[in-house]
Design a protein around this ligand. Structure first.
Ligand code: PLP
Length: 436
């Protein structure tokens, strides 16, 4: 099958490279091919050269219901008729959004809006340090929590390893990096050991409840339960970064799935189905530290809780509440995809393991089990990237970076999944023939 051609995309990418550093507005958007998209509807996107793709990239997970979802877009259009931005007091939309988040998120009594997941994490970390009076944060190897200094390290994509990018960026003070301790996912002992060494200095443990930034490592029950008990015993906060998992895996996030309440939850991405948004939520006593009059932790942002973000987020939550079968559908499609991929690699005798949860699916090129960091190091990065690239060339948009996950949205169908599996067969056969 011929690769999609990109003459217009190339011209746009060339123009971008002249005025935007690296030609993209977020470091991880560059994938070595000149993609420029001009249309998006449901599960499909179309590039500037007219190539149409079934989208599993989903803007890194920000698209949850499908692209340009009519209910979300209608809500945004209606919001444009009201007040745009005044920056004083609060709007009814902001109140409605916080009320709704408190209603659906098991651990939330109060919520404050941000514009992105990174901001939410930075604020949650600051809050944890403020309330505990401690300085250190524990994160897990491979977990990604955005760009803020406290967490921008130990994200183990192969590119990071190849370019020696740990930390992810220069310009972060060594003190900030030294304040972030690294543990291994699904290894409670590695966290206990840090608490033993650093005693009363750990303010919080932050985790993606399923680390989707390295595909999909499912937490064992003992691990999450143990973390909850350990942090409580040691006076540290447990932060669930539900920027990807929140709303996607269940209305009440992954905390609802595992039945464990963290102290703080951060969210973003799918919350507003593609419109910029995010937030921090938790119990009132903790969240009141953000109270601008009586609290002691600054959380400020000109665009926080703006009309468009609130309208889009409310419409997204409304849609999910009115259509609970969203979860049955996306989970069933995810299961169909994972089962189909497992059958394929078994039949073709390819060393690979299928993973995921709900509508997220991943094909690791390594033998099972894949439970933690050490297992991820066995992944054949070259095969992983080649598989995603091969799929994209056939019209199935997957991010050609190792360990990146794929997302099934509310707009994907069973036929889409079956077509994907047919294409996956071709790509896997070609990979095997090439000896990748
Ligand atoms: N937390 C997690 C788990 C993420 O995956 C991301 C982004 O990929 C972030 C935080 C940062 O969110 P944003 O890109 O909205 O700043």
């Amino acid at each position: 099958m011929p690769s999609p051609q990109h003459p217009r995309g190339q011209a746009i990418a060339d123009a971008a490279a002249r005025v935007i550093p690296g030609g993209v507005n977020s470091s991880t958007r560059y994938i070595g091919a000149p993609y420029s998209f001009v249309e998006a509807a449901g599960a499909y996107v179309t590039d500037a050269d007219g190539n149409r793709y079934l989208d599993y990239h989903a803007a890194f997970g920000a698209i949850l219901l499908g692209h340009n979802h009519p209910a979300v877009n209608d809500a945004v259009r209606a919001a444009l008729e009201g007040v745009d931005l005044v920056g004083l007091g609060v709007t009814e939309g902001e109140v409605a959004l916080a009320e709704r988040v408190v209603e659906i998120l098991p651990s939330a009594e109060s919520m404050i809006a941000t514009m992105s997941g990174s901001e939410a994490v930075a604020q949650a970390v600051r809050l944890a340090r403020a309330v505990t009076g401690r300085d250190l944060i524990v994160k897990f190897q491979g977990g990604f929590h955005g760009w803020s200094d406290a967490v921008a390290r130990n994200v183990i994509s192969p590119a990071d390893r190849a370019y020696g990018r740990d930390p992810l960026s220069r310009g972060i003070l060594p003190q900030a990096l030294d304040s972030t301790l690294i543990a291994e996912f699904n290894d409670l002992d590695s966290v206990t050991a840090l608490f033993e060494v650093h005693k009363d200095r750990i303010a919080a443990v932050i985790m993606e409840p399923i680390p989707h930034n390295v595909g999909a490592l499912l937490p064992t029950t003992e691990f999450v339960t143990g973390l909850r008990e350990l942090t409580r015993e040691r006076g540290a906060l447990l932060i669930f970064d539900e920027v990807i998992t929140g709303l996607r895996h269940s209305l009440g996030g992954y905390q609802q799935v595992v039945g464990i309440n963290p102290d703080l939850t951060t969210f973003g991405k799918g919350l507003a189905n593609g419109f910029p948004s995010g937030g921090v939520a938790g119990p009132r006593d903790l969240m009141e530290h953000f109270n601008g009059q009586t609290g002691d932790v600054l959380l400020a942002g000109t665009f926080n809780g703006n009309a468009i973000a609130c309208a889009a987020a409310l419409a997204t939550i409304d849609h999910l509440q009115a259509n609970p079968d969203f979860y049955q559908r996306t989970h069933a499609l995810g299961e169909r995809m994972r089962t189909g991929l497992t059958e394929l690699v078994t039949e073709l005798d390819i060393e690979a393991t299928t993973a995921g949860f709900g509508g997220i699916f991943v094909l690791y090129f390594a033998k099972p089990p894949i439970l933690g960091y050490r297992d991820l190091l066995r992944n054949n990065d070259e095969a992983y990237v080649a598989f995603h690239r091969g799929m994209t060339e056939r019209g199935f948009l997957m991010l050609p970076m190792s360990l990146k996950r794929n997302h099934i949205s509310g707009a994907h169908t069973q036929e889409d999944v079956d077509r994907t599996l047919e294409a996956a067969r071709d790509v896997l056969v070609a990979l095997r023939a090439a000896g990748t």
